[in-house]
Ligand binder design. Structure first.
Ligand code: COI
Length: 331
């Protein structure tokens, strides 16, 4: 068995080498992402392990299938950048890694919320300028707030446990209800109810057609004044222009964004200076004291990266050997 792994970064390589040695399976690591140019490298392999935010296009997937590769294993969770028709047409089996570390995402989400609530970015800035005064930057306490968790998959539930540890009241909305949470009476019946009650909205939903721009002018209007918005999920869930308007009006008190709708090609790039970042809306957000932007780093922990690489390789081996796998994704 021979596997090709695309888009392998230096921080992933040791985990890949370890797996290859332990399993005695040849894994070719290439730094290129899987695209129309690099797809030819896959000729002669039995499966491909991938991670990228740029699209997996029909042309690329048709080519993979023409090489006999029917096993495609993602090192991440989201499958929104895959051409589903091409997957079905070519009978390619896809796996993801649904739980490489839900805690990694949850911990960054709450870290950023606490920074916002305690105004530490403002104090850092004031202190750097020699200003050690308290006022006017009085903080809010999470333990007195209601947090509305949108989607109660593994990440949403990991976040909930932390919110509860702070003493916050947690409510949630999901179309698929978790029986244990249901029994605890956590769910509200509609997003409108969640908007009406939540002081903090913590987004953990995937990017689907239904929830594209779920947060928009109309839905911001339904929220409490001074709501805090947390998005470690997918940029497409928030209409960025509407968020900027809601921040300008004070409807939204602040936001922590680990994702951004136009992040592809921008995040995980060093532009050399703030001014050189080629996205004015993103810079508008980044320049605000009450908005914390991070470049899609919530997943980026040693535990998560190791699991992403090794779980994806396990999945790919399982797919090649059996045609199915525990983490198979219905496309
Ligand atoms: C995912 O797992 O889908 C993520 O969003 C993390 C990715 C940037 C590696």
């Amino acid at each position: 068995m021979k596997i090709i792994a695309y888009g392998i970064r230096d921080d992933e390589k040791p985990y890949l080498d370890q797996w290859s040695k332990d399993q005695n399976i040849e894994v070719k690591a290439v730094s290129e992402l899987l695209d129309e140019k690099s797809v030819d490298l896959a000729d002669g392999y039995d499966g491909a392990v991938v991670y990228q935010q740029k699209p997996y296009t029909a042309e690329v997937l048709d080519k993979l299938a023409s090489f006999g590769i029917k096993s495609l294993s993602l090192r991440n969770v989201g499958v929104d950048n895959i051409d589903a028709d091409a997957i079905k047409r070519n009978d390619i089996k896809v796996t993801n890694v649904p739980a490489y570390s839900p805690a990694a995402i949850a911990e960054l989400t709450i870290t950023q919320l606490m920074r916002l609530l305690r105004r530490t970015p403002v104090f850092d800035k004031k202190q750097a300028a020699g200003n050690l005064q308290w006022a006017p930057d009085i903080a809010d306490e999470l333990g007195h707030m209601t947090v509305g968790v949108v989607a109660t998959g593994r990440i949403g539930r990991a976040a909930m446990r932390i919110y509860e540890g702070f003493g916050a009241k947690v409510i949630a909305y999901d179309v698929y209800r978790n029986p244990e949470l249901e029994a605890k009476g956590i769910y509200v019946d509609s997003m409108d109810e969640l908007y009406a009650q939540a002081d903090v909205i913590s987004l953990h939903a995937p990017a689907t057609k239904e929830n594209e721009h779920m947060l928009n002018d109309e839905t911001f209007a339904k929220m409490k004044d001074g709501v805090w918005i947390l998005n470690p999920a997918r940029g497409a869930i928030i209409d960025t222009d509407a968020l900027i308007r809601a921040l300008d009006s004070g409807k939204v008190a602040g936001a922590a964004l680990d994702v951004y709708e136009n992040e592809v090609g921008i995040f995980n790039t060093d532009f050399g200076s703030f001014d050189a970042i080629p996205d004015e809306r993103l810079k508008n957000l980044m320049a605000r004291d009450n908005v914390l932007v991070t470049p899609h780093i919530a997943f980026y922990t040693k535990t998560a990266v190791k699991n992403m690489v090794q779980f994806a390789l396990n999945n790919n081996k399982q797919l090649i050997e059996t045609g199915t796998a525990d983490d198979i994704v219905e496309m």
